[in-house]
Design a protein around this ligand. Sequence first.
Ligand SMILES: C[S@@+](CC[C@H](N)C(=O)[O-])C[C@H]1O[C@@H](n2cnc3c(N)ncnc32)[C@H](O)[C@@H]1O
Length: 436
Amino acid sequence: MVAMLRQAVEVHQAGQLDAAEALYRRTLQMQAGQPDALHFLGVLCHQRGRSDEGIRLIRMALRAAPLHADAHNNLGNIHKETGKLADAEACYRQALAYNGQHHDALSNLALVLEAQQRFQEAFEAYAELLERAPRLSLAHYLMGMYLRRHVNEIGDLEHAVACFRNAVRCDGSNVRALDALGVTLYMLGRQDEAVGAYRDWLGREPDNPVPRHMLAACGGEAAPPRADDAYVREVFDRFAESFDEQLLKNLDYRAPQVLVDALIGVLGVAEGALDVLDAGCGTGLCGPLIRPHARRLDGVDLSGGMLEKARLRGGYDDLVAAELTAYLQDHPETWDVVLSADTLVYFGDLVEVLAATHAALRAGGRVAFTLEAMDADEDRSELSSSGRYRHARRYVERVLDAAGFVEVSIAASALRKEVGKPVAGWVVLARKSRRG
Ligand SMILES: C[S@@+](CC[C@H](N)C(=O)[O-])C[C@H]1O[C@@H](n2cnc3c(N)ncnc32)[C@H](O)[C@@H]1O
């Protein structure tokens, strides 16, 4: 029986959920009420989307073994992930009551206190974790992230940098800490030091496209003409879950609304008659705004994670996972409108993508997109240390003209914030001539 339970845990950890579930259930047939089998089966049920069953099983385990700190902690995790923060908090406190050294339970407690906006208590919990486990890389990392998230409240970015450096010192393989260190140094304007962090990260993960791109962004390597597909996928698949909340709540993100307002200004009254492509649709924030004008609304994006969110939001006729330029090139004279919010900021060189957009529009069709503004009277773009590109007005005008666009308008607008400050952007509209 013990061997079977051990095997169940092994296959569970290997991600073979069917096999693990069968083995847990056989263990429970042999010994009804075995607390570990009940507990792990509960975790597995939650992983498979059967959270109520998971909670019921872990509660049964706890009736048999009330002092089981891991089971209390895992029950807390299910509550946390299903949004029941107060229940989660109670579970983590139980886990800590039975095992004061349960670092996972303490870090989880800090996270749910923060999620409940009890910031001082959360800070104290992160601090307690650091005090109890000063050599635990995760403890330094979590404190750094907390300080960065609350830079206007308690912490400061310098202190966050020190935390991330400590996290790396405790565990050199903690690349999440190197990632956070690079971003925080960039936020402080210390690009040279950020280059060091990204080099370190790349040295540990030579095939990872994220440190490679960020190294270029901070001036440590030559900038590519556009962000690599693998970089875009990696960043946005990871970001998909929290994208809407992060951008709308924390970064005051306005690109979809501002862009669609400008577009509607030239389209006029919504008649639901246009074929529209949302190019780099992400989680689909533009969809509901432009839908009243669309007879057909297509979305394309490189990130499967972002597309899944757009699918859940609904409103699109088709959502396709593809690279934008190639997708446009494969669809000549297909759309009346191509709109693109905050996506061409991942392109330094706009020549190919705008030529492909021109070809993908029907005669008289319109393109509408946002960019980050480079404040220079020059004809160029640059990769900034944020990892996104900035474009000078003259460059955008020249490339649109070369692609054959007419009726070009480029308006300045702040489209998001970064480190609490507005980021200058362009809202660009242009038209394909009616003669094709
Ligand atoms: C900042 S998000 C903006 C999403 C959406 N337009 C919005 O405003 O909410 C940028 C999106 O562009 C996508 N993207 C970037 N480069 C791309 C490319 N070359 N081809 C297709 N999608 C791309 C990313 O995957 C991401 O979903």
